[in-house]
Design a binder for this molecule. Structure first.
Ligand code: ALG
Ligand code: ZN
Ligand code: ZN
Length: 317
């Protein structure tokens, strides 16, 4: 077996040089097959407040240039034991949400249908719905761990059924989640109505509120999540606004009192060994960034997902 094609060697071409791919990895078309695809979804027509997440994929790729081959926190060479590729950006109509949703679903499905794992860089949170539909076509219902300040189980905005505030309600209505397996982590901030919380519970979610971190450690939260997930196929969706605005200023609907990037990285690392089938990092709106704070966080989160995939090899494509 030929070894995977890894990153462009930073000792030959410095990491700030050359064309941009995620972590300076090969493009999908440059290799024969892949175990993990990293793809962008430059879509932000579903936002309710500040726009700009369509620029997330390209800025996160820029910030990912610094990523090195060895992840000491998980003791793994994420690009050394599996073929990881940059699959480019999925097509998504910038004007019509329903059309974009179908394009994203089909584009994601084409990448995972032969067993590869997918890490997606958003884009606003609307994209989680078509990504979950693609996952469902291959894996059936999944356990969801959703990191976010927001529930994203609202019903409609201005009568629109699919926006960045509604993907997990639509997905739950369609039976895309395994009963009793899913959780939101990092919920905080103002709601529209107390019923937002009861509706969410009825859809089958449990919540680790940000305020719970006053009493629970990262290890406690990991234990709670692992108990719910078991060995189910797992999809992890990270809305970057789960981080405090100090750790991720560049996002469309920021909320005070969020997680630190260290807490979030710690929880993700605690998911090692689980059956991760896909993950996304969404809601990075680079125009609001300062010193690349948010894009660096997002690139490092994607790196953890690729590392988790390496610890539990899949079928590959
Ligand atoms: N998915 C994110 N980031 N935000 C949803 C916020 C929905 C609202 O404006 O009420
Ligand atoms: Zn959010
Ligand atoms: Zn969200």
């Amino acid at each position: 077996m030929t070894p995977p094609v890894g990153q462009t060697d930073g000792q030959t071409s410095p990491r700030y040089a050359g064309l941009t791919t995620f972590a300076r990895l090969p493009r999908l078309e440059d290799v024969d097959g892949y175990d993990v695809a990293v793809a962008g979804v430059p879509f932000d027509a579903g936002v309710t407040f500040r726009p700009g997440a369509r620029f997330g994929p390209s800025y996160i790729r820029q910030a990912s240039r610094l990523l090195r081959p060895y992840n000491p926190a998980l003791d793994v060479l994420p690009f050394g034991r599996q073929q990881v590729v940059d699959a480019g950006d999925l097509p998504c109509n910038p004007y019509d949400i329903a059309t974009a949703s179908k394009e994203i679903e089909d584009g994601a499905h084409a990448l995972i249908r032969d067993g590869a794992r997918l890490v997606t860089l958003g884009g606003d949170h609307t994209i989680a719905y078509p990504l979950l539909k693609a996952m469902n076509r291959v894996h059936g219902p999944v356990a969801l761990v959703h990191f976010d300040a927001h529930l994203d189980t609202w019903d409609t905005y201005y009568d629109a059924p699919l926006t960045h505030g509604t993907p997990f309600r639509r997905a739950a209505e369609e039976g895309l989640f395994l009963p009793g397996s899913s959780a939101h982590v990092g919920i905080r901030g103002s709601l529209y109505d107390p019923q937002d919380l009861s509706d969410d519970a009825e859809l089958g979610f449990t919540i680790v509120h940000c305020a719970d971190f006053e009493r629970l450690t990262v290890a406690d939260v990991v234990a709670l999540l692992r108990e719910r997930i078991g060995d189910a196929p797992l999809y992890v969706s990270v809305d970057i606004d789960v981080l405090d605005p100090a750790h991720a200023p560049a996002t469309g609907t920021p909320e005070a009192g969020g997680l630190t990037s260290r807490e979030l990285l710690g929880i993700l690392r605690g998911l090692r060994g689980l059956n991760l089938v896909g993950a996304d990092v969404v809601e990075v709106s680079p125009a609001y960034d300062h010193a690349d704070i948010t894009c660096v966080a997002a690139a490092n989160l994607a790196y953890e997902f690729v590392s988790l995939a390496a610890l539990r090899p899949g079928a590959g494509a």
